[in-house]
Design a protein around this ligand. Structure first.
Ligand code: GAR
Length: 188
């Protein structure tokens, strides 16, 4: 069974979906660490309630990214993590972490990349008036949302949708696609 470290900054609905898939037996993996750069994030509460090991840090209390990523790598090694699963981790991964987990870092992004990179991809797509957007799962490299694409799924933007409706439609797809894609990666 492979060990996953889930990184998240916020709500953690994708963390929930991965955790539920593991409990249901459709994802053969174990979450051995949850990492967050937001000490007050809901995802950390959820992880603690599940009894999972957490590593929480406040980037502002470090001189630079290298210093906190060295601590993250130590926590990952202690947790014997095989893969890093970014699930709403709203921060660029730096060279320290990239080199330690080369080819083992995966991200989910709420658009059909290479469209709508960066922050608020759902709002960007909504404001652009596109009729199709979607979800991308990709390897992480040094760029922002630029790594090799692993899986994509389209989501139609109905004419009746408000922004929140699009967000919900995207999340429904994310919560199915992420665990399924991780499972097929682990089978390889
Ligand atoms: C998800 O929609 C994810 O695709 C997005 O953040 C949300 C996190 O939600 N990630 C990015 O925008 C990365 N650039 P969650 O905390 O409920 O899983």
């Amino acid at each position: 069974t492979k060990h996953l470290a889930v990184f998240a900054s916020g709500t953690g609905s994708n963390f929930d979906a991965i955790q539920l898939a593991i409990e249901a037996g459709t994802l053969d993996a174990a979450i051995t660490l949850v990492v967050s750069d937001v000490p007050t994030s809901a995802v950390i509460d959820k992880a603690k309630r599940k009894g999972l090991k957490t590593f929480v840090f406040d980037p502002k209390s470090y001189p630079n990214k290298r210093v906190f990523e060295i601590e993250i790598v130590e926590a990952l090694q202690e947790a014997e993590a095989d893969f890093i699963i970014l699930a709403g981790y709203m921060r660029l991964v730096g060279p320290t972490l990239l080199h330690a987990y080369e080819g083992k870092i995966i991200n989910i992004h709420p658009s059909l990349l290479p469209s709508f990179k960066g922050l608020d991809a759902i709002g960007q797509a909504f404001d652009a008036g596109v009729k199709i957007t979607g979800v991308t799962i990709h390897y992480v490299d040094e760029g922002m949302d630029t790594g090799r694409i692993i899986a994509q799924e389209a989501v139609k933007v109905s004419d009746t949708y408000a922004r929140g409706d699009l967000q919900r439609a995207i999340q429904v797809v994310e919560h199915q696609l992420y665990p399924a894609t991780i499972q097929s990666l682990l089978q390889q």
